[in-house]
Design a protein. Structure first.
Length: 228
């Protein structure tokens, strides 16, 4: 009987996952469809080209997210954290520019390295940025997002912060749970995935949020010395 119950629960979470996945992909798909029709009608592909591309990129990101949730522990390599973040900052910068967000980016240099899977850590940062973007209210004009890297003992710390609306305690209490979302189009995969990835890097992931002030995420990744 227990087995049956477990099976039933598993099936429920699988169908929840599948429904969320389909829903998430349908949105950019219908945008793309619409813009292709528009560009044919107006004979002006240039006007819609960027939106179509960015919606396609979004679909790619969503697929990446869902796949990563079921992926085994990632392969990691030693990287200079300063250089790694340097390699992804242009993505963050252009996203912030598009969304009218002031970006504050500051990374500490260190002679040590961090063992990381580049695409996964990139995904963590982009997920956090996406959450901040989605959290900002339309009325808020002084939007700010900051990423700061610092060295603390044997860890490289990354503090990701926004000055958005923050979260209620009710929301904060439920954050760890997969599929928990307050958004109509949310999947509730973003933060559980970030946590999972950081855990697989033997790191720490912490969320702080104050209603009306903003949200801060602290990530700690273990530093290794060259000798290791
Ligand atoms: P999703 O983005 O699909 O809802 P997440 O796991 O990424 O799933 O986030 C879960 C919930 O946490 C969001 O629905 C939102 O309510 C809240 N949240 C996450 N990041 C922020 C943030 N920066 N500011 C305010 N609320 C946030
Ligand atoms: Mg999210």
């Amino acid at each position: 009987y227990d087995q049956l119950l477990l099976y039933k629960q598993q099936m429920e979470s699988v169908s929840h996952l599948a429904a969320g996945f389909a829903h998430e992909l349908r949105n950019p798909l219908s945008v793309i469809r619409g813009f292709i029709q528009l560009s044919a009608l107006t004979n002006n592909i240039d006007k819609y080209y960027n939106t179509i591309l960015s919606e396609l990129d979004r679909m790619n990101d969503i697929i990446d997210d869902f796949l990563s949730l079921s992926r085994k522990a990632p392969e990691r390599e030693a990287y200079d954290p300063y250089e790694f973040f340097q390699s992804i900052v242009s993505l963050i910068r252009s996203e912030c520019l598009l969304q009218n967000i002031k970006l504050d980016y500051q990374m500490a240099k260190t002679p040590k390295k961090v063992l990381l899977n580049r695409s996964m850590i990139k995904q963590v940062i982009l997920n956090l940025l996406r959450n901040s973007i989605e959290a900002f209210e339309d009325e808020q004009l002084d939007r700010a997002f900051s990423i700061k890297g610092y060295v603390r003992d044997d860890y490289y710390g990354i503090m990701v912060k926004d000055n958005g609306p923050g979260m209620e305690k009710k929301v904060l209490d439920q954050l760890g749970k997969p599929f928990f979302t307050t958004k109509e189009k949310g999947t509730g995969i973003g933060l559980p995935l970030c946590k999972k990835i950081i855990k697989e890097h033997n790191g720490h992931f912490e969320i702080q949020s104050t209603l009306g002030e903003g949200t801060t995420i602290k990530i700690l990744l273990p530093l290794i010395s060259d000798a290791d």
